[in-house]
Design a protein around this ligand. Structure first.
Ligand SMILES: [Zn+2]
Length: 187
């Protein structure tokens, strides 16, 4: 369901806040195209911190694992990465479907260590919006369609008060992989 309770502007606002608080960078240095690692100086552990802040802000669960890990788990060892830890052509095909122009530099034979530097402010915001748009139409507790948000970030049922029931990021990735595999039979 696409819901308009939380605007794209709000997602960027909270993401920038999380980045500023975690990385101690000036907000004016953050653009949608900024690579968190290359442009803003993030290290691996900083992603956990930023994700945590986003989870607190919106009341949802970000993905813990990157799509490559899910590919290997679902379609077998070696499907996403070869013995040298380089991305397979099939993995690249899939990442291009998922991230498109957000990760224009993707090519087969890349080392998986090069991937984190491709995460941009825009691709993180998209990840948040994907989760937020998983909100079911009806509240699973009372069955009413009465979602509302008082602060433009946290959503709760206006009828029974239950917090918004979003899919978690990892489950969304797996569901997406299943659908793409059914449609395109990549693996
Ligand atoms: Zn309810």
């Amino acid at each position: 369901m696409s819901q308009n309770l939380i605007t794209e502007e709000k997602v960027y606002e909270e993401l920038k806040k999380a980045i500023v608080e975690t990385l101690r960078v000036d907000e004016s240095s953050i653009t949608p195209e900024s690579s968190l690692i290359n442009d803003l100086g993030a290290e691996s552990l900083d992603f956990l911190d930023i994700n945590y802040r986003l989870e607190q802000a919106f009341g949802m669960k970000m993905a813990r694992h990157f799509v490559l890990e899910h590919i290997e788990e679902m379609f077998g060892e070696g499907t996403a990465l070869d013995e040298e830890g380089q991305l397979t052509e099939k993995a690249i095909e899939l990442l291009k479907i998922r991230f498109g122009d957000n990760m224009a530099e993707l090519k087969a034979g890349m080392d998986m260590d090069e991937i984190p530097a491709m995460v941009t402010v825009q691709s993180m915001a998209q990840g948040v919006m994907d989760i937020l748009s998983s909100l079911p139409e009806k509240c699973p507790k009372c069955g009413n369609s009465a979602w509302k948000s008082d602060d433009g970030a946290k959503v709760a049922c206006g009828s029974c008060g239950e917090s918004a029931a979003y899919a978690n990021g990892d489950d969304l990735t797996k569901a997406w992989l299943t659908t793409v595999q059914e449609e395109k039979n990549i693996f």
